[in-house]
Design a binder for this molecule. Structure first.
Ligand code: SF4
Length: 317
């Protein structure tokens, strides 16, 4: 959950998730729909899918135990060098470091060298005797990450209270390396086309080839092009972001009882269906649209009745 996501965002999800699935066994017996629903709003849904697939493989292939080698552990869904090293360090106290952004920054600052110029694997291996001095490596893995997050912070590191300041080259140097890297966002323009019907339903399909939100039910989404629009009505223009993409979205709609074969109707009011934040955003806009439509219908009907009454009274008397 913590990959690309802040601790304060993760905490309520983590508590709910571990309450529902307290063991690997219980997680493996669940289903993807249920897991995605619990992950709803946290983003990067591939993590949830991988976690579920991973729990199943661990039960079936490893009797519910984590493999003990990096090569084996990396065969599990969604586990690469970083997560593999973190798990082996945390679970089995193996002398490994999970080199995340925080850890990279700590090393880079200690050497006062740009991260791009450091071979972290080589650095850890050649200094292993100095780094892994006892068997409490689980604590060390955790402590190093926390140290980067709380002391050697991206901005305003707490050098004066830092236990490494006597040897840290960044602290001592008058020419310090720049370590704060801004997340680069790429902006892309998309048109979203939604078929609606009077039952307050929206037509969705899994057949969009967008490079993001794969295998999710979505309306028709195309990169913005004037020729797309034709008979569609514009509801809204807004921004949404996914990973490092900033999406400039034009939201279009059309009422129709006929939809292409690969689409299915979904109720706007269905709270049980899993919906990523991206989907929630345009569904909320349609909720508002339908509410306003309903209110204006009420109002029209109300004013029609009142005016009829008025006419009756006026002309009868
Ligand atoms: S002295 Fe400052 S820059 Fe060096 S490790 Fe400590 S907090 Fe980071």
């Amino acid at each position: 959950m913590l990959q690309q996501t802040q601790v304060k965002t993760v905490i309520p999800y983590f508590k709910k998730f571990t309450k529902k699935f307290p063991t690997l066994q219980s997680l493996s017996k669940s289903n993807e729909k249920q897991i995605l629903k619990m992950w709803e709003g946290l983003g990067y849904y591939r993590r949830a899918r991988n976690l579920f697939a991973c729990s199943k493989q661990l039960i079936i292939l490893y009797g519910g135990k984590l493999p003990k080698t990096l090569d084996e552990i990396k065969k599990l869904p969604g586990i690469g060098d970083y997560t593999g090293s973190a798990l082996l360090g945390l679970v089995y106290d193996q002398p490994r470091i999970a080199v995340d952004g925080n850890v990279r920054r700590v090393f880079a600052r200690n050497l006062n060298k740009k991260e791009a110029k450091i071979d972290f694997i080589k650095l850890v291996n050649s200094n292993s005797k100095m780094l892994f001095i006892n068997k409490r490596n689980a604590d060390f893995v955790e402590a190093l990450m926390e140290f980067g997050a709380l002391i050697c912070r991206p901005k305003n590191p707490k050098c004066f209270v830092c236990c490494l300041n006597k040897t840290c080259k960044y602290f001592k140097s008058s020419k310090k390396i720049i370590t704060t890297s801004k997340k680069m966002f790429k902006t892309k323009n998309y048109d979203i086309f939604c078929f609606l019907n009077n039952k307050k339903q929206i037509a969705l399909t899994k057949k969009n080839n967008l490079g993001f939100l794969k295998n999710f039910n979505l309306p028709m989404i195309k990169e913005t092009n004037k020729n797309n629009i034709r008979s569609w009505k514009l509801l809204n223009n807004y921004y949404n972001s996914i990973s490092n993409l900033k999406l400039n979205i034009n939201l279009y709609y059309k009422f129709s009882s006929k939809i292409p074969a690969e689409y299915n109707w979904h109720s706007l009011d269905d709270k049980k269906e899993f919906r990523p934040s991206f989907t929630k955003k345009y569904l909320d806009k349609f909720q508002i649209y339908f509410n306003e439509k309903k209110n204006s219908n009420h109002w029209c009907r109300y004013s029609r009745i009142n005016s009829c009454e008025f006419i009756k009274k006026t002309y009868r008397s």
